[in-house]
Design a binder for this molecule. Structure first.
Ligand SMILES: Cc1cc2nc3c(=O)[nH]c(=O)nc-3n(C[C@H](O)[C@H](O)[C@H](O)COP(=O)(O)OP(=O)(O)OC[C@H]3O[C@@H](n4cnc5c(N)ncnc54)[C@H](O)[C@@H]3O)c2cc1C
Length: 305
C-alpha cells in the first residue's frame, strides 16, 4: 500500500481544503483559543497534560509574529486563570526568526518572562535544519537567565550527539523526537528508520543519565519501550521525564502510558493556519492515511476510536 499512501500524500496539497479538513480534524483542536482550551480541559480530565501550539510558521512580516505573540499571551493567561495543566510550544520562524533574529529573541523572551511569572514553561520547537544553529543559540541565550524554557532535539539529525554535548553543561530541558522535515538531505539526516531509532535510544540514554528532563515524544512503541527500559534501569522518578504524543494519534497507546503511571503530554495544535500543518503531517507520515481511513471506517461502523 506504500505507493497508494505516497500518492495520496503527494496529491494532498491540491485536494480542496474542506476535504483536507475532514481528514485532519482529529489532529487539530480547532481555530480559536476557546477551542484549544476546551481540548486541554478534556485532556486534563483524562490525566493528560498538554502543550499548546498556535499554528503558523515562516512568517514574512513582523505583524504576523506580533499577532501570534498576542494569542500566546492570551493562552498563557487562560491556562493560569483556568488552572490547567498545560504549557506552550512556539516555532522560531513563527516568532520572526527568518525576518530578524533579535526580534525573534525578544518575542520568545517576552513569552518566557510571562510564563515565569505564571509558573509556566515555554518549549521552543525545532524546525528544519536551516534553523537548528539559531534555535540552539536562542535557547542557550534564554537558558542563562531562565529555567522555564526548553527546546527540541531531533534524532534523525547527524549532528545530534554534538548538540547534546554542547548543551549538556546547561542542564537542558529537552523534547526528543525523530524529526519531521522529511525532505532533508542524506548528509544532514539519517534516512534509515532503524538508525534513527538507534540514535533516539542512544541520545535518550545520554540525556536521562546526565540528569536532563526529557519529553520522550514518539508514537513508535519500540521507542516508547526503549524509554521504559531506561526509566527502569536508571530508577527514574516520575518528575524526571515525560512522554509526549500528538493530538489524535494512537489513543490506545496514550491510555496505556497513563495507566502505567507515567506523565503524558499531548501536543495540541490550533489556529487558522491548519491547512499547511495538516498537509505536512500527512506528507511526512503517509502511514497516517491508513489511520484516517481506518478511523473513518470505525466511525461508519460506529466503533469507538
Ligand atoms: C509531542 C511531539 C512534538 C513534536 N515536535 C516536533 C518538533 O518540534 N520538531 C520536529 O521536527 N518534529 C516534531 N515532532 C514530530 C516527530 O519528529 C515525528 O515526525 C512524528 O512524531 C512521527 O514520529 P514517531 O516517533 O511517531 O515515529 P513513526 O515511526 O513515524 O511512527 C510510529 C508509529 O506511530 C504511529 N503514528 C505516527 N504518526 C502518526 C499519525 N500522525 N497518525 C497516526 N498514527 C501515527 C504509527 O503506528 C506509526 O507506525 C513531534 C512529535 C511529537 C509526538
Amino acid at each position: 500500500m506504500n505507493w497508494f499512501n505516497n500518492l495520496i500524500a503527494t496529491i494532498l496539497p491540491i485536494v480542496p481544503r474542506p476535504i483536507v479538513k475532514i481528514f485532519s480534524r482529529p489532529y487539530l483542536a480547532g481555530e480559536s483559543v476557546d477551542d484549544a482550551i476546551r481540548v486541554v480541559k478534556d485532556l486534563n480530565a483524562q490525566q493528560m497534560c498538554a502543550t499548546l501550539d498556535l499554528l503558523g510558521e515562516e512568517v514574512k512580516v513582523k505583524e504576523d509574529s506580533l499577532n501570534a505573540l498576542k494569542i500566546y499571551t492570551q493562552i498563557l493567561n487562560a491556562i493560569d486563570r483556568e488552572k490547567l495543566d498545560a504549557n506552550i510550544s512556539v516555532k522560531p520562524t513563527h516568532m520572526g526568526l527568518k525576518i530578524d533574529k533579535e526580534f525573534c529573541y525578544t518575542n520568545i523572551k517576552s513569552l518566557v518572562e510571562l510564563a515565569k511569572k505564571l509558573d509556566n514553561f515555554v518549549r521552543i520547537d525545532m524546525e528544519d535544519s536551516s534553523c537548528v544553529d539559531e534555535t540552539i543559540e536562542l535557547f542557550l541565550r534564554l537558558r542563562k537567565d531562565y529555567d522555564n524554557v526548553g527546546t527540541v532535539f531531533q534524532a534523525y539529525l547527524r549532528r545530534l550527539l554534538d548538540d547534546i554535548n554542547t548543551t549538556l553543561p546547561h542542564k537542558p530541558n529537552l523534547r526528543l523526537c525523530k524529526g519531521a522535515y522529511y525532505w532533508e538531505k542524506r548528509d544532514v539526516v539519517f534516512k534509515e528508520p532503524e538508525i534513527v531509532n538507534c540514535n533516539f535510544s542512544y541520545a535518550l540514554e545520554k540525556l536521562l543519565s546526565n540528569d536532563c528532563y526529557v519529553g520522550i515524544a514518539t508514537h513508535d512503541e519500540k521507542v516508547v519501550w526503549q524509554g521504559l527500559k531506561l526509566i527502569d534501569q536508571l530508577q527514574l522518578k516520575p518528575e524526571q521525564y515525560e512522554f509526549q504524543m500528538l493530538l489524535g494519534v494512537d489513543h490506545e497507546l496514550r491510555r496505556i502510558i497513563v495507566n502505567e503511571g507515567h506523565k503524558l503530554r499531548i501536543y495540541v495544535p490550533f489556529g487558522k493556519e491548519w491547512f499547511a500543518y495538516s498537509v505536512r503531517r500527512l506528507k511526512e507520515n503517509p502511514k497516517m492515511v491508513n489511520y484516517i481511513i481506518g478511523n473513518l471506517f470505525n466511525k461508519i461502523l460506529g466503533r469507538k476510536q
